[in-house]
Design a protein around this ligand. Structure first.
Ligand code: NAD
Ligand code: LMR
Length: 336
């Protein structure tokens, strides 16, 4: 009798670990819709919660007809709708906010997106303080520190559970290299460190199969400004959405694998990092080993060559300013 109930309990806890609620805030947008679809296709997701200031119930109704096991709920744009979307969530992806138009930098989005992210972070701190928060909204270099400050102010900040999504930079880097080298992008693992905008994006080709590429200034520039390529081609209709949805879904999948017990899952992400704190840089993207508690291990940047030293120097100045801007925003505008 005792054995049977113990086995039943164990069976329940194993299957429970394979079930995760995932929430998308900004689910009706250019990224939010394909991201929600990709998450619906992921068997590791048991419950998908979609929230937006407009249109989430419609997107949810549509996605919910995809014949995978998970449930999908679209929440109304009310405080209780937002709270219910977040309650019990293990992963919250945030692509809410405006995208760039040609001629804009990501920092030009700050005035609009800072308060959107601040207010969504407050809702997360209240309704799911232990969730892994994956911030996609730009400028990531500033929006991630904004989330951190909001969580700190409420006494629930856990640096291991906050991630700026920089996955698209490594996705692009591997694709661009494969185009040049006529290889399979799946075989090209390019480390990209720093932040997520312009010169703060630092590809480390010297650590790849093609170390000579670190002197290819055109390629380095393409990785740093890949986002601009899409913004220009979309000609006023926004920025990367489909490749971003794939990149966000990839990070979410890796996180679910780690939450559900897989060891050695490594992804790049912009996190609260000790690597350059002595230079006043509190957040930095490098390879992160993920675990059930979020960040398990932050990999060092490793050996870089002389070209990359210069790129890192250029990265630090902008990155520090971007991070400070996010922190100062919350100090001056704590909101309600
Ligand atoms: N991290 C990255 O690599 C990366 C890549 C591409 C885009 N982005 C950024 O992602 C963001 C979204 O891009 P997009 O193309 O999906 O934009 P979009 O305008 O198509 O969609 C944004 C969605 O956010 C919603 N929204 C706005 N305020 C909200 C709020 N307070 N709560 C909930 N939802 C809200 C909007 O209604 C809209 O549906 C932009 O800031 C963009 O710069 C980041
Ligand atoms: O370029 C942008 O503004 C969107 C995103 O950050 C990207 O890298 O595609």
């Amino acid at each position: 009798m005792f054995m049977a109930s113990r086995i039943q309990r164990r069976a329940f806890s194993v299957s429970a670990r394979n079930l995760s609620k995932v929430t998308v805030l900004g689910a009706a947008g250019g990224i939010g819709q394909p991201l929600s679809l990709l998450l619906k296709l992921n068997p590791r997701v048991s419950e998908l919660a979609l929230y937006d200031i407009r249109g989430a119930p419609g997107v949810a109704a549509d996605v919910s007809h995809v014949n995978t096991k998970s449930t999908v709920t679209g929440y109304e744009a009310t405080p209780s709708g937002l709270a219910n979307a977040l309650k019990g969530s293990e992963i919250v992806l945030i692509p809410a906010g405006v995208p760039r138009k040609p001629g804009m930098t990501r920092d030009d989005l700050f005035n609009t997106n800072a308060s959107i992210v601040r207010d969504l972070a407050k809702a997360c701190a209240e309704s799911c303080p232990d969730a892994n928060i994956l911030v996609i909204s730009n400028p990531v270099n500033s929006t991630v520190p904004i989330v951190a400050e909001i969580f700190k102010a409420r006494g629930v900040y856990n640096p291991k559970r906050l991630f700026g999504v920089t996955t698209l930079d490594v996705v692009r880097a591997s694709r661009f290299v494969s185009e040049l080298k006529k290889t399979d992008p799946a075989d090209e693992n390019i480390v990209v460190v720093g932040g997520h905008s312009g010169v703060t994006i630092v590809p480390l080709f010297s650590q790849s199969n093609h170390p000579e590429l670190s002197s290819n200034a055109e390629l380095v520039n393409r990785v740093q400004f890949g986002g601009d390529e899409v913004v220009k081609a979309k000609d006023g209709a926004g920025s990367a959405t489909l490749s971003m949805a794939m990149a966000g879904a990839r990070l979410a999948e890796s996180m679910l694998r780690a939450i559900q017990g897989e060891k050695g899952v490594v992804e790049p992400a912009f996190v609260d990092s000790p690597l350059y704190k002595d230079q006043g840089i509190d957040f930095f993207s490098s390879k992160i080993e993920l675990g059930p508690s979020g960040v398990e291990k932050i990999h060092p940047v490793g050996k870089v060559d002389a070209n990359e030293e210069k790129l890192l120097e250029a990265c630090f100045g902008d990155l520090k300013k971007n991070i400070e801007k996010g922190k100062a925003f919350v100090a001056a505008n704590p909101g309600k």
